[in-house]
Design a protein around this ligand. Structure first.
Ligand code: TXA
Ligand code: MG
Length: 323
Protein backbone atom coordinates (compact mmCIF):
# COMPACT_ATOMS: atom_id res chain seq x y z
CA UNK A 1 0.00 0.00 0.00
CA UNK A 2 1.85 3.12 -1.15
CA UNK A 3 0.25 5.45 1.38
CA UNK A 4 1.82 3.48 4.22
CA UNK A 5 5.28 4.70 5.20
CA UNK A 6 7.80 3.44 7.71
CA UNK A 7 8.60 5.71 10.59
CA UNK A 8 11.94 7.09 9.50
CA UNK A 9 12.89 10.56 10.74
CA UNK A 10 12.15 12.00 7.31
CA UNK A 11 8.76 10.22 7.10
CA UNK A 12 7.82 11.70 10.48
CA UNK A 13 8.90 15.17 9.31
CA UNK A 14 6.82 14.75 6.13
CA UNK A 15 3.84 13.57 8.16
CA UNK A 16 4.06 16.56 10.53
CA UNK A 17 4.25 18.93 7.56
CA UNK A 18 1.23 17.20 6.00
CA UNK A 19 -0.75 17.73 9.22
CA UNK A 20 0.18 21.43 9.24
CA UNK A 21 -1.10 21.69 5.64
CA UNK A 22 -4.42 20.16 6.69
CA UNK A 23 -3.91 16.60 5.46
CA UNK A 24 -4.73 13.54 7.54
CA UNK A 25 -2.08 11.25 9.04
CA UNK A 26 -2.92 7.92 10.65
CA UNK A 27 -0.31 7.05 13.27
CA UNK A 28 0.40 4.35 15.83
CA UNK A 29 -0.16 4.83 19.54
CA UNK A 30 0.38 2.28 22.31
CA UNK A 31 -3.39 1.64 22.42
CA UNK A 32 -4.70 1.64 18.82
CA UNK A 33 -3.93 3.56 15.61
CA UNK A 34 -5.37 7.08 15.44
CA UNK A 35 -6.52 9.09 12.43
CA UNK A 36 -4.82 12.44 13.04
CA UNK A 37 -5.54 16.00 11.96
CA UNK A 38 -4.54 19.46 13.18
CA UNK A 39 -6.94 20.02 16.09
CA UNK A 40 -7.25 23.73 15.25
CA UNK A 41 -8.11 23.18 11.57
CA UNK A 42 -11.87 23.00 11.07
CA UNK A 43 -11.69 21.66 7.50
CA UNK A 44 -9.19 18.96 8.39
CA UNK A 45 -11.40 17.88 11.30
CA UNK A 46 -14.41 17.79 8.99
CA UNK A 47 -12.47 15.35 6.82
CA UNK A 48 -11.90 13.04 9.81
CA UNK A 49 -15.67 12.81 10.26
CA UNK A 50 -16.14 12.14 6.56
CA UNK A 51 -13.43 9.49 6.30
CA UNK A 52 -14.74 7.71 9.42
CA UNK A 53 -18.40 8.29 8.54
CA UNK A 54 -18.65 9.42 12.16
CA UNK A 55 -21.84 11.29 13.08
CA UNK A 56 -21.12 14.92 13.93
CA UNK A 57 -21.25 15.80 17.59
CA UNK A 58 -19.05 12.95 18.80
CA UNK A 59 -16.05 14.72 20.36
CA UNK A 60 -12.43 13.98 19.47
CA UNK A 61 -9.41 13.44 21.72
CA UNK A 62 -6.64 16.05 21.34
CA UNK A 63 -3.14 14.55 21.58
CA UNK A 64 -0.27 16.68 22.89
CA UNK A 65 3.40 15.89 23.52
CA UNK A 66 3.88 17.21 27.05
CA UNK A 67 2.23 18.65 30.13
CA UNK A 68 3.60 22.05 29.11
CA UNK A 69 0.87 22.21 26.45
CA UNK A 70 -2.01 21.12 28.66
CA UNK A 71 -3.22 24.56 29.67
CA UNK A 72 -3.47 25.65 26.06
CA UNK A 73 -6.46 23.28 25.78
CA UNK A 74 -7.78 22.88 29.31
CA UNK A 75 -8.47 25.23 32.23
CA UNK A 76 -9.53 24.89 35.87
CA UNK A 77 -7.70 21.58 36.02
CA UNK A 78 -8.50 19.86 39.33
CA UNK A 79 -5.62 18.81 41.56
CA UNK A 80 -6.56 15.13 41.18
CA UNK A 81 -6.30 15.44 37.38
CA UNK A 82 -2.83 16.95 37.66
CA UNK A 83 -1.92 14.00 39.87
CA UNK A 84 -3.26 11.51 37.30
CA UNK A 85 -1.49 13.33 34.47
CA UNK A 86 1.83 13.25 36.31
CA UNK A 87 1.41 9.56 37.13
CA UNK A 88 0.05 8.08 33.90
CA UNK A 89 1.21 10.38 31.08
CA UNK A 90 2.66 9.69 28.63
CA UNK A 91 0.37 6.68 28.48
CA UNK A 92 -3.01 5.08 27.72
CA UNK A 93 -5.19 7.61 29.57
CA UNK A 94 -7.47 10.41 28.33
CA UNK A 95 -8.63 13.14 30.70
CA UNK A 96 -11.88 15.04 30.05
CA UNK A 97 -11.29 18.59 31.30
CA UNK A 98 -12.99 22.00 31.05
CA UNK A 99 -11.93 23.49 27.71
CA UNK A 100 -10.18 26.73 26.78
CA UNK A 101 -11.24 28.80 23.75
CA UNK A 102 -8.72 26.89 21.65
CA UNK A 103 -10.90 23.75 21.87
CA UNK A 104 -13.62 24.68 19.42
CA UNK A 105 -17.04 23.11 19.09
CA UNK A 106 -15.82 21.09 16.09
CA UNK A 107 -13.46 19.24 18.49
CA UNK A 108 -15.67 18.99 21.57
CA UNK A 109 -19.01 18.34 19.88
CA UNK A 110 -20.22 21.61 21.41
CA UNK A 111 -19.46 20.47 24.96
CA UNK A 112 -17.62 22.72 27.41
CA UNK A 113 -14.99 20.07 27.99
CA UNK A 114 -12.20 18.54 25.96
CA UNK A 115 -10.50 15.14 25.94
CA UNK A 116 -6.69 15.29 26.16
CA UNK A 117 -4.05 12.56 25.95
CA UNK A 118 -0.27 12.35 25.89
CA UNK A 119 0.47 9.00 24.22
CA UNK A 120 3.65 7.07 25.05
CA UNK A 121 4.32 5.45 21.65
CA UNK A 122 7.70 6.67 20.38
CA UNK A 123 6.33 7.41 16.92
CA UNK A 124 3.29 9.28 18.25
CA UNK A 125 5.50 11.40 20.50
CA UNK A 126 8.02 12.07 17.71
CA UNK A 127 5.20 13.10 15.38
CA UNK A 128 3.67 15.37 18.05
CA UNK A 129 7.02 17.02 18.83
CA UNK A 130 7.74 17.61 15.14
CA UNK A 131 4.21 18.97 14.59
CA UNK A 132 4.58 21.30 17.58
CA UNK A 133 7.99 22.49 16.34
CA UNK A 134 6.18 23.62 13.18
CA UNK A 135 3.72 25.62 15.27
CA UNK A 136 1.04 22.93 15.74
CA UNK A 137 -0.81 22.89 19.08
CA UNK A 138 -2.41 19.45 19.17
CA UNK A 139 -3.40 16.50 16.98
CA UNK A 140 -7.01 15.36 17.13
CA UNK A 141 -7.16 11.62 16.58
CA UNK A 142 -10.03 9.19 16.93
CA UNK A 143 -9.32 5.51 16.34
CA UNK A 144 -8.57 5.02 12.63
CA UNK A 145 -11.62 2.90 11.79
CA UNK A 146 -15.01 3.49 10.22
CA UNK A 147 -17.62 4.51 12.81
CA UNK A 148 -18.79 1.63 15.01
CA UNK A 149 -16.17 -0.76 13.60
CA UNK A 150 -13.17 -2.37 15.25
CA UNK A 151 -10.20 -0.12 16.07
CA UNK A 152 -7.08 -0.89 14.01
CA UNK A 153 -3.99 -2.12 15.84
CA UNK A 154 -1.73 -2.37 12.76
CA UNK A 155 -1.02 -0.05 9.82
CA UNK A 156 -2.41 -2.67 7.43
CA UNK A 157 -5.67 -2.71 9.35
CA UNK A 158 -5.85 1.09 9.00
CA UNK A 159 -5.37 0.77 5.25
CA UNK A 160 -8.06 -1.92 5.01
CA UNK A 161 -10.47 0.28 6.99
CA UNK A 162 -9.76 3.66 5.44
CA UNK A 163 -7.52 3.64 2.33
CA UNK A 164 -10.43 4.02 -0.08
CA UNK A 165 -11.64 7.12 1.78
CA UNK A 166 -8.26 8.85 2.15
CA UNK A 167 -6.85 11.40 -0.33
CA UNK A 168 -3.51 11.19 -2.09
CA UNK A 169 -1.74 13.53 0.35
CA UNK A 170 -2.95 11.68 3.43
CA UNK A 171 -0.56 9.23 5.04
CA UNK A 172 -0.43 6.18 7.26
CA UNK A 173 2.65 5.82 9.48
CA UNK A 174 3.55 2.20 10.18
CA UNK A 175 4.89 1.78 13.71
CA UNK A 176 4.19 -1.94 14.00
CA UNK A 177 1.43 -3.58 16.05
CA UNK A 178 0.10 -1.64 19.07
CA UNK A 179 1.39 -2.96 22.39
CA UNK A 180 -1.86 -2.59 24.40
CA UNK A 181 -4.54 -3.19 21.77
CA UNK A 182 -7.58 -1.55 23.43
CA UNK A 183 -8.31 2.17 23.58
CA UNK A 184 -7.24 4.50 26.39
CA UNK A 185 -8.97 4.77 29.76
CA UNK A 186 -11.20 7.87 29.63
CA UNK A 187 -11.60 9.71 32.93
CA UNK A 188 -14.14 12.47 33.45
CA UNK A 189 -12.33 15.23 35.36
CA UNK A 190 -15.08 17.84 35.17
CA UNK A 191 -16.61 17.06 38.57
CA UNK A 192 -15.39 17.14 42.16
CA UNK A 193 -14.44 13.48 41.85
CA UNK A 194 -13.14 11.62 38.82
CA UNK A 195 -15.15 8.85 37.16
CA UNK A 196 -14.20 6.35 34.47
CA UNK A 197 -16.12 6.76 31.20
CA UNK A 198 -14.25 4.03 29.32
CA UNK A 199 -12.07 1.39 31.01
CA UNK A 200 -8.59 0.75 29.64
CA UNK A 201 -5.11 -0.28 30.67
CA UNK A 202 -5.02 2.37 33.40
CA UNK A 203 -7.42 0.60 35.75
CA UNK A 204 -9.83 1.74 38.45
CA UNK A 205 -7.49 0.24 41.06
CA UNK A 206 -4.48 2.11 39.69
CA UNK A 207 -6.40 5.40 39.76
CA UNK A 208 -7.70 4.73 43.27
CA UNK A 209 -4.20 3.85 44.51
CA UNK A 210 -2.83 7.05 43.02
CA UNK A 211 -5.55 9.32 44.41
CA UNK A 212 -6.36 7.48 47.64
CA UNK A 213 -10.11 7.60 46.98
CA UNK A 214 -12.74 5.27 45.53
CA UNK A 215 -14.19 6.12 42.15
CA UNK A 216 -17.06 5.11 39.87
CA UNK A 217 -16.69 2.93 36.81
CA UNK A 218 -18.60 3.82 33.67
CA UNK A 219 -20.71 6.62 35.04
CA UNK A 220 -21.70 7.90 31.61
CA UNK A 221 -24.51 9.90 33.19
CA UNK A 222 -22.43 12.69 34.65
CA UNK A 223 -24.19 15.10 36.97
CA UNK A 224 -24.51 17.79 34.35
CA UNK A 225 -25.62 15.19 31.81
CA UNK A 226 -23.14 16.66 29.36
CA UNK A 227 -20.68 13.91 28.73
CA UNK A 228 -21.07 12.25 25.34
CA UNK A 229 -18.75 9.50 24.23
CA UNK A 230 -19.24 7.44 21.09
CA UNK A 231 -17.42 4.54 22.69
CA UNK A 232 -20.12 4.55 25.35
CA UNK A 233 -22.82 3.59 22.88
CA UNK A 234 -24.08 0.13 23.67
CA UNK A 235 -23.08 -1.18 20.25
CA UNK A 236 -19.53 -0.41 19.12
CA UNK A 237 -16.23 -2.10 18.38
CA UNK A 238 -18.11 -4.67 16.30
CA UNK A 239 -16.87 -6.87 13.45
CA UNK A 240 -19.23 -8.12 10.71
CA UNK A 241 -19.39 -11.51 12.39
CA UNK A 242 -21.91 -11.79 15.20
CA UNK A 243 -20.19 -12.07 18.58
CA UNK A 244 -21.49 -14.52 21.22
CA UNK A 245 -20.25 -14.42 24.80
CA UNK A 246 -22.27 -17.44 25.92
CA UNK A 247 -23.13 -20.77 24.30
CA UNK A 248 -20.89 -23.09 22.30
CA UNK A 249 -19.69 -22.86 18.72
CA UNK A 250 -20.76 -25.40 16.15
CA UNK A 251 -18.94 -26.43 12.98
CA UNK A 252 -17.52 -23.44 11.11
CA UNK A 253 -18.02 -20.92 13.92
CA UNK A 254 -15.07 -18.81 15.13
CA UNK A 255 -13.66 -19.26 18.63
CA UNK A 256 -11.60 -16.90 20.84
CA UNK A 257 -10.45 -17.85 24.34
CA UNK A 258 -7.37 -18.04 26.48
CA UNK A 259 -4.92 -20.71 25.39
CA UNK A 260 -5.91 -22.89 28.37
CA UNK A 261 -9.31 -23.56 26.74
CA UNK A 262 -9.30 -26.21 24.03
CA UNK A 263 -11.01 -25.46 20.74
CA UNK A 264 -14.47 -27.11 20.55
CA UNK A 265 -14.56 -29.62 17.72
CA UNK A 266 -15.33 -28.08 14.34
CA UNK A 267 -14.77 -24.50 15.56
CA UNK A 268 -12.18 -22.25 13.93
CA UNK A 269 -9.76 -20.82 16.45
CA UNK A 270 -8.95 -17.18 15.63
CA UNK A 271 -7.00 -16.36 18.81
CA UNK A 272 -5.46 -18.28 21.73
CA UNK A 273 -3.78 -15.64 23.93
CA UNK A 274 -1.76 -16.87 26.91
CA UNK A 275 -2.51 -13.93 29.20
CA UNK A 276 -5.18 -11.24 29.58
CA UNK A 277 -2.65 -8.66 28.31
CA UNK A 278 -2.17 -10.71 25.16
CA UNK A 279 -5.97 -11.09 24.92
CA UNK A 280 -6.28 -7.30 24.72
CA UNK A 281 -3.44 -7.05 22.23
CA UNK A 282 -4.84 -9.62 19.77
CA UNK A 283 -8.61 -9.19 20.20
CA UNK A 284 -9.27 -6.70 17.39
CA UNK A 285 -6.96 -8.52 14.95
CA UNK A 286 -8.82 -11.73 15.81
CA UNK A 287 -12.13 -10.01 14.94
CA UNK A 288 -10.59 -8.86 11.65
CA UNK A 289 -9.32 -12.37 10.91
CA UNK A 290 -12.80 -13.76 11.54
CA UNK A 291 -14.24 -11.27 9.04
CA UNK A 292 -11.46 -12.02 6.55
CA UNK A 293 -12.35 -15.70 6.80
CA UNK A 294 -15.99 -14.80 6.25
CA UNK A 295 -17.12 -16.31 9.57
CA UNK A 296 -20.71 -15.49 10.46
CA UNK A 297 -20.47 -16.18 14.20
CA UNK A 298 -17.62 -15.94 16.69
CA UNK A 299 -17.88 -17.38 20.21
CA UNK A 300 -15.69 -15.76 22.85
CA UNK A 301 -14.92 -16.95 26.36
CA UNK A 302 -14.39 -13.60 28.12
CA UNK A 303 -11.37 -13.26 30.41
CA UNK A 304 -12.10 -12.97 34.13
CA UNK A 305 -10.65 -10.84 36.89
CA UNK A 306 -9.69 -7.19 37.19
CA UNK A 307 -6.97 -5.23 35.45
CA UNK A 308 -7.13 -5.19 31.67
CA UNK A 309 -9.91 -7.84 31.75
CA UNK A 310 -12.36 -5.05 32.68
CA UNK A 311 -11.56 -3.18 29.46
CA UNK A 312 -11.68 -6.36 27.37
CA UNK A 313 -15.11 -7.24 28.80
CA UNK A 314 -16.37 -3.71 28.16
CA UNK A 315 -15.40 -4.00 24.47
CA UNK A 316 -16.70 -7.58 24.20
CA UNK A 317 -20.09 -6.58 25.64
CA UNK A 318 -20.35 -3.73 23.13
CA UNK A 319 -19.24 -5.85 20.19
CA UNK A 320 -21.83 -8.48 21.13
CA UNK A 321 -24.68 -6.00 21.62
CA UNK A 322 -27.67 -6.60 19.31
CA UNK A 323 -27.82 -3.63 16.96
O1 TXA B 1 -6.70 5.14 22.82
C1 TXA B 1 -7.39 6.04 22.38
O2 TXA B 1 -8.05 6.80 23.10
C2 TXA B 1 -7.39 6.24 20.85
C3 TXA B 1 -6.00 6.71 20.42
C4 TXA B 1 -5.91 6.99 18.95
O3 TXA B 1 -5.63 7.82 21.18
N1 TXA B 1 -8.39 7.17 20.47
C5 TXA B 1 -9.71 6.88 20.52
O4 TXA B 1 -10.52 7.89 20.02
O5 TXA B 1 -10.13 5.83 20.95
P1 TXA B 1 -12.07 7.63 19.66
O6 TXA B 1 -12.55 8.94 19.11
O7 TXA B 1 -12.19 6.45 18.77
O8 TXA B 1 -12.71 7.37 21.03
C6 TXA B 1 -12.67 8.42 21.96
C7 TXA B 1 -13.88 8.44 22.80
C8 TXA B 1 -15.15 8.67 22.01
O9 TXA B 1 -16.12 7.80 22.52
C9 TXA B 1 -15.46 10.11 22.27
O10 TXA B 1 -16.84 10.36 22.21
C10 TXA B 1 -14.89 10.30 23.66
O11 TXA B 1 -13.73 9.55 23.66
N2 TXA B 1 -14.55 11.70 23.92
C11 TXA B 1 -13.64 12.46 23.29
N3 TXA B 1 -13.67 13.73 23.76
C12 TXA B 1 -14.62 13.76 24.70
C13 TXA B 1 -15.17 14.77 25.53
N4 TXA B 1 -14.75 16.02 25.47
N5 TXA B 1 -16.16 14.41 26.38
C14 TXA B 1 -16.60 13.17 26.44
N6 TXA B 1 -16.15 12.16 25.66
C15 TXA B 1 -15.18 12.46 24.81
MG1 MG C 1 -13.05 4.76 18.27
Amino acid sequence: MSIISNCTVSAIKDAAAALIKGDLVAFPTETVYGLGADATNKDAIARIYKVKARPVGHPLIVHISSLANLDKWARDIPEYAVNLARTFWPGPMTLILPRTDLAKDFITGGQNNVGIRIPSHTVALALLKEFESLGGLGIAAPSANRFGAVSPTTATAVAIELAEFLSKNDQILDGGPCSIGVESTIINCTQNRPSILRPGEVTKEMIEDTLGITIDLNSSNSEDGQIKAAGLLESHYAPNAKIFLTGSPTIGDGFIALDSFTTPSGAIRVAAPKTNEEFARVLYEAFRLADFKGLRRVFVIPPTGGGIAVAINDRLNKSAFEK
